[in-house]
Ligand binder design. Structure first.
Ligand code: BES
Ligand code: MN
Ligand code: ZN
Length: 498
């Protein structure tokens, strides 16, 4: 989809969408070409510009697009970024519905400061998850595609629009990685994608393969990988603005410490010997959402010139069954040296994350570390699909993430870690256990976070549990069923706030 700015209405566009606020005096608003509509609209008693109302007109003039649609926006003083994103998404689905091909969108003055959000809405709504369709269905989808959006406005500054476009394209790319089934996105393929992202965005990339992970003694990550026909990888992407490059000899003691993002990259989670059952099993190609998000946040760090040293780390493996697969109650020695009793092979996320987190702290001494993971079904039970859970040991980061979530409509809610949650993760025969069986899954999202906290020490840390938000059955207007790309926009906004 291409988004352009146009000073006047192009009659070749098949659809023109004009957002209208409640009880707005349109006579003042409408451009000359449309002035005659003011009278018609005034007579239309039912259409008041209420939220969700639409009113269609078919102009019989060659100087106008084939169809004009007025889109009710509700009260003008309620307009914010989220409303702009939703308005653009609604316009896109209407255009798809009408097979419009090109869409003209009249820019209300109240929307002028939300051009980034509008671009996001257009492009996020335009995402097509059906890339594996063929034949008739594919054609039908292609026919509905909105090729260009022309925004009707006197402004010519494309900066905000461009930014929204760049961000939304990254979100769609992350969705694409998540929606690909395991046979199209296994450990090697996801690792290759990271390499591609690095090349395209001039990021430094390091891939530690299974052999290197064995040398480093990442026993928790490797334990999960034991049932796999593929290797495990630890992918590291690094964005370092020139201004923060270390000086002569690579050492600049004044260079600020990096911010580290860690994303869970389980390419398919069968549960292992604690085999999954139930409806969520079918969704488990999504268990690398955290990794996909981190990879595309790093891409955006480069594209948007984020002025911080940011490192993205993704531990990648699948979690399968095989004669060699990790058995229930195996004891593994993690990279940190702490021993873990694996009393549930399905609680694999915390195992691969704890090694990635310990390694990140050990190697980079980061200023802060944020992990993002589809970690627990319990988080979905607690918060559903609209809120991710935020955990951590630093209120400033937790509330910074919450605020970034409000600004991007990627909502997240602070959740507790009680000392008793941590106690429950102690094992009688090892340092830790990965599941607290006695408690029958009570506070499962909290105990998972408590487990991770055992590995962060004094480092400032937050953890986002995105099990509910990253892959949905009830999408928002600018989402589709399945992958949402949740977290890309939130994390970029958070990094911008630092
Ligand atoms: N990947 C799952 C969490 C998940 C579940 C994400 C449903 C999305 C939808 C994770 O690895 C897992 O299996 N967690 C277990 C933990 C339990 C064994 C303590 C869970 O939530 O059931
Ligand atoms: Mn699992
Ligand atoms: Zn998992």
């Amino acid at each position: 989809m291409k988004i352009t700015l146009k000073a006047s209405i192009n009659p070749r566009n098949s659809l023109l969408i004009i957002p209208l606020f409640e009880d707005e005096d349109i006579a003042k608003l409408l451009p000359k070409q449309l002035a005659s509509f003011a009278g018609i609209l005034k007579k239309e008693k039912d259409f008041k510009g209420k939220q969700g109302q639409t009113f269609a007109l078919t102009p019989l003039s060659e100087k106008l697009p084939g169809q004009v649609l007025f889109l009710g926006m509700g009260k003008e003083n309620k307009i914010d970024g989220t409303a702009a994103r939703v308005a653009a998404a609604n316009a896109t689905s209407l255009a798809r519905h009408h097979h419009a091909g090109t869409l003209a969108f009249f820019l209300q003055p109240a929307f002028k400061k939300y051009q980034q959000e509008l671009a996001e809405g257009f492009i996020l709504a335009d995402y097509n998850p059906a890339r594996f369709q063929t034949g008739k269905n594919k054609k039908k989808n292609q026919k509905a595609e909105v090729k260009t959006v022309e925004i009707i406005t006197s402004t010519t500054d494309r900066k905000q629009l461009q930014k929204g476009q760049t961000i939304a394209q990254a979100v769609n790319a992350a969705r694409e990685l998540v929606n690909a089934p395991h046979n199209f996105m296994d450990t090697e393929m996801l690792t290759r994608e990271a390499g591609k992202i690095a090349r395209e965005n001039k990021l430094k990339v390091t891939v530690l393969n299974k052999k290197q992970l064995q040398k480093l003694k990442m026993g928790a990550l490797l334990g999960v990988n034991k049932g796999s026909a593929k290797g495990a990888n630890l992918v590291i992407l690094e964005h370092r603005p020139a201004r923060l490059k270390s000086g002569k000899g690579g050492k600049n003691p004044k260079a600020p410490k990096p911010i580290i993002l860690v994303g869970k990259g389980v390419t398919f989670d069968s549960g292992g010997y604690n085999l999954k059952s139930g409806p969520w099993f079918a969704d488990m190609k999504m268990d690398m959402s955290g990794a996909a998000v981190v990879m595309h946040v790093l891409a955006l760090c480069s594209k948007l010139n984020i002025p911080h040293h940011v490192i993205g780390i993704a531990p990648i493996t699948d979690n399968l069954i095989d004669k060699d697969a990790q058995k229930v109650c195996d004891i593994v020695v993690s990279y940190s040296g702490k021993t873990i009793e694996v009393n549930n092979t399905d609680a694999e996320g915390r195992l691969i994350l704890c090694d990635a987190i310990s390694y990140a702290i050990d190697k980079y001494k980061p200023r802060m570390i944020i992990d993002i993971a589809t970690l627990t079904g319990a988080c979905i039970v607690a918060l559903g699909e609209r809120y991710a859970g935020i955990f951590g040991n630093n209120q400033e980061i937790i509330y910074g993430l919450k605020r970034a979530g409000e600004q991007t409509d990627e909502l997240a809610w602070p959740m507790p870690i009680h000392p008793d949650h941590s106690k429950e993760m102690k094992s009688r025969i090892a340092d830790l256990q990965n599941v607290n069986y006695g408690s029958q899954g009570m506070a499962g999202a909290c105990t998972a976070a408590a487990f991770l906290q055992e590995f962060v020490g004094k480092t400032e840390w937050a953890h986002l549990d995105i099990a509910g938000t990253s892959f949905v059955k009830h999408p928002k207007k600018y989402e589709h069923q399945m992958a949402t790309g949740y977290g890309v926009r939130l994390l970029v906004k958070f990094l911008e706030s630092l």
